[in-house]
Design a protein around this ligand. Sequence first.
Ligand SMILES: N[C@@H](CCC[C@H](N)C(=O)O)C(=O)O
Length: 329
Amino acid sequence: MAQLLKVHGSQNSFFILDQTKLQQPLSDEELVAFTKKITDPQNNILDGADGVLVVNKPVRAGAAAQMRIINADGSEASMCGNGLRTVARYVAERDSLTDFKVDTMNASLHVRKHEALAPGVPAFAVEISPVRFEKDALPYNNLGHDRLLDTPVPELLPGLRFSALAVPNPHLISFVSKEELNGPDLGELGARLNSDNPYFSDGVNVNFGHVLGHNALFVKTFERGVGFTNACGTGMSATSLAFALVKPNMVTFNEPISVYNPGGMVKTILHHNAGEYWIELIGNATFTHKLEISEDDLHQANLDITNTAETNEQQAYNDFVNNLPILEL
Ligand SMILES: N[C@@H](CCC[C@H](N)C(=O)O)C(=O)O
């Protein structure tokens, strides 16, 4: 029997599949078919998920594991911040580690166990890097600028200003009013830029940030390959850095920024060393269920789950969220 874990970071939810425990790892085609099926809420496996996090043996010297992230639509992303926290916890518990590196598509990233966010809410801190601003790093085209940093881009939406960052998955960011945050534009723009369009050939994660105060933000994200999500870790990290660059008087580097999101709250810390930016993302790594499935069924994307056990961690997470300040949004 193979084991799956249902997990979340700020209620951005995933299934973790540790391929090192399988007799035969899934092929890429099998991973895509399995991901599309298990994440689809219509298939009734714990309301689906935003993606599958695949744990493999490390591919670079010095790392403890490799993480791949397959989005719900079967596309593969180069990074996943909320997912990396949960994979960090999984590998930490599997291998008795507290501070180590995990390989992702473009980089080995430092992860470490962090003090709990609240009683019963385990937390991890993960490195988000490398950060790039050039249009080829996202990529985008036909927008008339080599970089977007608080730039009016009427081709995208008249009246808003945009920043674009790859961390290294691509993010488009706009700082908006409460009305704009709650209006239809985020969904419409996200859907437009993640279907055939002349600007973002690989799609893009779209984030609306709303400034709450000094080192405090609310971020809502329309995710590439997913749609609206409760939270996007790389999105909150990219939006935190854009916040500092666009509104420098509102942000202090090397100090925690509180980033609220529809699924809870994380902290980010911005760093700038030797000309490079990197971001630390700190937040919950919650395991809600353990599931069992046969290896044959995994390979055939047949969702015959033989056992599902709750971990009882979700109540502590709900208590943490219920104790957050009430935001008038
Ligand atoms: N939710 C993730 C990002 C997942 C990948 C994204 N959908 C993409 O395609 O880039 C996070 O927490 O960072």
